[in-house]
Design a protein around this ligand. Structure first.
Ligand SMILES: Nc1ncnc2c1ncn2[C@@H]1O[C@H](COP(=O)(O)OP(=O)(O)O)[C@@H](O)[C@H]1O
Ligand SMILES: [Mg+2]
Length: 498
């Protein structure tokens, strides 16, 4: 070896297996991202079925991922068990979801201390194991050969070609003491992970054209793809897609605005809210070769705001752009390249403008399509004010029956009510449970007050009874209690005409 023309002596500095493996366990995977990394390998190996089995196993839980992909022969299995089995810079097949040649090992070690891989191809099955307790003891990079793979748990599920990845000694998945707790916690964590997988691989599960179709199941039940853009609902606004070319490759971008809560059922609303809710799930959804890798972020181009919480933007990149997008080892973080940032910023501007339009129109609707709103929304210099409409017929009618001092008190009370509008808790409640949040039900006598005062005002303005009735129907309060309101109107009309 030569540096500056001098021949240097060298020595080999081997890492300590025990220490390095220990630190490899620290990759910040979660159970769901680790499982997704294992499934990536199955999809890359052309699997059409991936079956996950998870068993609490009386306090010694274990998880297996079994695919019907190409499988590995002995040499390939040995290579697969090696840390860093593929050069990250190597050009990958377009459908290859791998990246650093590490995922199988690091994802597994992040969750368990015992990784066993059994693989079948060409009539043979071979199995090998990393047992981290053994590595710690011996401080050697030793992979064990399993002489009788058919004895492994779930080995009978392995077909003539395919791979079984088995995790045992799941010290990172469970940390409770009692057996009951272990089983509960384990099953809960596994079902959360399954929901994550339903989203990460939804396009493969849906059988999108140009992607291999893959069915994924957990303990025998099929997982159901979860498409975060809800494209089947006709109230979802789908923007025209656009393409950006960089370095001979193409990025596709498409913006979606999910339906407003008034357009979907409570169940559908919750389904798309997801674990973290709409606010946190807004933003870009970055897919690498069809697989969702990052979601719910605006890449620092904008904050997540209430205004844009229904906006989700799909970005599709091929797997050759990892360097450009700074995709990390975990495939869990990424940053758009400069050229793309500008395009994304333009899309964000448009989305913000659109959502503002939607909301302001809703505001206007509230105050103008309704004939006599009790609340009014005013755009003022510093922002927006909500207040009680003091010219509302019910307010005017009651005022008229009071003496001047009482009138002032009455107006003050209404102003206090308006000033005390609990905006913070409304935001929280509407964010979490829009369908279950509303004002008080209208008691019958309050409805009577509303109907009679509005009628009196409209009649004295010279409206005919059919016109009065039509105006009343336009009032949200009244129309939602139409049966009662109608009979009240009939009584008023009889009194008026008789
Ligand atoms: N389920 C599987 N079926 C077939 N081959 C696999 C499977 N899982 C892993 N391999 C092989 O092991 C290699 C290493 O996998 P991994 O450590 O996840 O790195 P990467 O996916 O980045 O290549 C893969 O490139 C592949 O050749
Ligand atoms: Mg991989």
């Amino acid at each position: 070896m030569s540096v500056d023309g001098e021949v240097m002596e060298t020595f080999v500095s081997r890492p300590s297996a025990a220490i390095l493996i220990g630190s490899l366990r620290g990759f910040p995977y979660t159970l769901e991202t680790a499982l997704a990394d294992i499934i990536d390998n199955s999809i890359t190996a052309d699997a059409s079925r991936v079956r996950i089995f998870a068993d609490a196993n009386a306090g010694f839980p274990r998880i297996a991922v079994i695919d019907d992909g190409a499988g590995m022969d002995l040499a390939e299995l040995h290579e697969a068990m090696r840390l860093g089995s593929k050069d990250p810079a190597a050009i990958r097949e377009p459908n290859d979801l791998g990246r650093f040649g590490l995922g199988l090992k690091t994802a597994s070690f992040s969750q368990c201390r015992r990784l066993t891989v059994a693989s079948s191809t060409g009539g043979n099955t071979h199995a090998a194991r990393w047992d981290l307790r053994y590595v710690y003891e011996t401080d050697e990079w030793t992979v064990q050969i399993i002489p009788e793979p058919q004895q492994l748990p779930w080995a009978d599920e392995l077909g003539p070609h395919g791979t079984l990845v088995l995790w045992e000694d799941l010290d990172r998945v469970i940390d409770s003491e009692s057996l009951d707790e272990v089983a509960k916690e384990f099953n809960h964590r596994v079902s959360l992970a399954a929901s994550h997988i339903e989203q990460v691989f939804h396009r493969f599960m849906e059988g999108e054209r140009s992607l291999p179709k893959v069915a994924i199941s957990l303990n025998g039940s099929e997982l159901v793809p979860h498409n975060p853009f809800n494209p089947k609902n006709r109230a979802t606004i789908v923007d025209q897609g656009e393409a950006v070319g960089i370095a001979d490759m193409q990025i596709d971008i498409r913006a979606y605005t999910l339906p407003h809560f008034s357009k979907v059922s409570a169940d559908e609303w919750d389904e798309y809210a997801g674990e973290r809710g709409y606010l946190r799930n807004q933003g870009f959804y970055l897919y690498r070769a069809g697989r969702l890798i990052v979601h719910g972020t605006w890449f620092g181009l904008m904050r997540q705001t209430e205004l844009t919480k229904l906006a989700r933007v799909q970005i599709d990149i091929p797997n050759g752009m990892d360097e450009l997008w700074k995709i990390d080892v975990l495939k869990a973080s990424a940053q758009p390249p400069h050229l793309v940032r500008q395009r994304l910023r333009a899309i964000i501007d448009r989305l913000v403008k659109n959502s503002r339009g939607v909301h302001i129109n809703r505001g206007k609707k509230m105050t103008s399509s309704e004939q006599f709103p009790l609340w009014e929304r005013r755009a003022v210099h510093e922002g927006v004010r909500y207040g009680i409409n003091l010219t509302h017929p019910a307010v005017v009618g009651i005022s008229a029956s009071l003496d001047p001092a009482e009138q002032t008190q009455f107006r003050r009370l209404l102003q206090l009510v308006a000033a005390g509008l609990p905006i913070d808790s409304l935001i929280v409640d509407l964010g979490e449970k829009p369908h279950q949040t509303r004002g008080e039900d209208v008691p019958e006598d309050a409805l009577e007050l509303l109907v009679s005062t509005i009628c009196t005002q409209l009649r004295s303005a010279g409206l005919s009874w059919p016109d009065v009735e039509e105006s009343m129907r336009a009032n949200a309060f009244v129309s939602s209690n139409w049966q009662k309101a109608e009979s009240l109107l009939a009584e008023l009309r009889v009194a008026d005409e008789g």
